[in-house]
Design a protein around this ligand. Structure first.
Ligand code: HEC
Length: 476
């Protein structure tokens, strides 16, 4: 076995802390009056349907030929018997009664579940589930034309669906190299939030670099498993188990995390994993529930070549101080919070996952470049949905690069009025906390920590890519 070079994780704790520069810029933004921002209009996420769609579509757009392929490719993974959606969209008879609701959900971009604005920020994303504008338009036209079935001979070939109990990343990476189960816990049918925090052996015997991670709640426990966070712990010289690195984070609806090919997310040898599983009783008792983490590793010969570490960190949104989680949303009011971070070395942002509960309505990530004064909008979610927690993973060539000293700005908007359909009680003050009815203000962000050389190499690769792309389009 090739010894992987030991990696230090303590330094990341320092990196994640904001530097003084960030706070200075925070003040500067205030004085320019930029700190109170209007929440983005969720209508910006909605597909604008053309009012001129005509009745003649009845002859041309049919379920069998046009709609079934869209559903097969984008919906049936979840909308089939035994999968996570409550209704099946496998046949014309199953789909037809839902036609108008399907139209509404795809136009609002609520379904497929992937809440991410289409008109601003980086659009090159891995595992992006959003429908194309053309597909949405086809569905709208079909519903308006009276949902004709057409000729069943036009139906697409049936596909073989993966077992819903299987690892979803297995399709891309094969079966996991290593699985870490939680200790079993019996979730009662009814009651308050529960946090189950067992410490288990990781079973990892040598340092490895993680390529992909998936957290898999049991089929029975899926509805009750709200979050499942996990951290690696290692033993210090005194034999105490101390936290070394974040392993991963799971929240309802999340697929998993893929680490870029050129970065190492460390899985330390002889470690333990501390779970923090947040159950919320779902009406059914689940006996001996077990949540599993599947890990896929870089092969050792690849890991040996990896120069840069990737970390997954929870960034709070409050004026840059990770310990300052001090915000309250008054009854019947809205609130905006903003947090800033900078790094003393160049970094690449690999993924962005907003996190919030029932009052969060929108979140965005920006980069501020103090040297040019430019503010770059990276990602915006203006139709946040607390039922779906999605890690938006940038395509490697599009992942934003931050020179040392530039600043990450995370902005969140909350709505504690009755106009927010998720709000259980607009008469309450809402502050930060762990319960589903408290609020949370952070984003999970995966960062590859570069040095100047690595940064310049990536910039040069992108310029070269751009040049080839321009040449190719000039040739046409
Ligand atoms: C990743 C799984 C997944 C995919 C993919 C998916 N859905 Fe869903 N869908 C669900 C779940 C789960 C629900 C139940 C409500 C919820 O949790 O948001 C749902 C609910 C719905 C509803 C009911 C909404 C309501 O208000 O009752 C419609 C309509 C729908 N989906 C349409 C679609 C269509 C059309 C597609 C594909 C273009 C699609 N879904 C893709 C998981 C999925």
């Amino acid at each position: 076995m090739n010894e992987h070079p030991p990696r230090s994780w303590t330094r990341h704790a320092a990196w994640a802390a904001p530097c003084a520069l960030a706070l200075l810029v925070f003040l500067a933004l205030h004085s320019e009056g930029l700190s109170i921002e209007q929440a983005p209009d969720p209508a910006g996420a909605v597909f604008a349907a053309d009012d001129q769609l005509s009745q003649s579509d009845a002859d041309t757009i049919t379920f069998s030929r046009d709609i079934a392929p869209i559903l097969q490719e984008n919906c049936q993974l979840c909308h089939q018997p035994g999968a996570i959606a409550p209704m099946s969209f496998m046949t014309y008879d199953e789909v037809r009664p839902w036609g108008p609701i399907i139209q509404r959900e795809v136009v609002r971009r609520n379904m497929p579940p992937y809440h991410y604005d289409t008109d601003v920020g980086i659009q090159e994303l891995q595992h992006d589930r959003r429908l194309s504008d053309e597909d949405i338009e086809t569905i709208v036209r079909w519903v308006r034309a009276g949902m004709p079935e057409g000729d069943p001979a036009d139906l697409p070939e049936p596909v073989e669906w993966p077992d819903p109990a299987e690892w979803r990343l297995a399709e891309e990476f094969g079966p996991p190299d290593h699985v870490i189960p939680s200790d079993p816990y019996t979730v009662p049918a009814r009651g308050q939030d529960i946090w189950w925090q067992p410490m288990v052996e990781s079973g990892i015997t040598e340092n490895r670099c993680i390529r992909a991670i998936e957290v898999k709640p049991s089929l029975a426990g899926r509805a009750a498993t709200h979050h499942a966070n996990s951290t690696f712990h290692v033993q210090n010289e005194d034999g105490e188990w101390v936290r070394s690195a974040r392993l991963t984070e799971y929240a309802l609806g999340k697929l998993g995390e893929v680490v870029p090919e050129d970065a190492c997310r460390i899985a330390p040898a002889d470690s333990r994993v501390v779970w923090d599983i947040h159950y919320y009783p779902s009406g059914d008792m689940i006996e001996d529930d077990v949540v599993e983490i599947g890990l896929w590793f870089h092969p050792d010969e690849v890991a040996d070549q990896l120069e840069y570490d990737q970390t997954l960190t929870l960034y709070y949104l409050d004026a840059g101080d990770p310990n300052l989680r001090d915000y309250y949303i008054p009854p019947h009011e809205t609130l905006m919070t903003q947090g800033m971070y900078s790094f003393d070395h160049p970094v690449r942002i690999d993924s962005f996952q907003p996190h919030g509960h029932l009052r969060l309505t929108a979140k965005k990530l920006e980069i501020y470049h103090p040297d040019t004064g430019e503010r770059e909008l990276v990602s915006q979610v203006s139709n946040w949905n607390p039922g779906w927690h999605l890690s938006h993973m940038y395509e490697p060539h599009a992942a934003p690069l931050m020179p040392a000293g530039s600043i990450m700005i995370i902005t969140a908007w909350y709505d504690n009025t009755a106009a927010n359909p998720w709000n259980p009680d607009p008469d309450q003050w809402v502050g930060p906390g762990d319960r589903t009815t408290d609020e949370m203000s952070h984003a999970w962000i995966a960062i590859t920590h570069l040095d100047e050389e690595g940064f310049e190499t990536l910039v040069a690769e992108r310029e070269e890519r751009e040049r080839q792309f321009t040449e190719a389009s000039d040739d046409q």
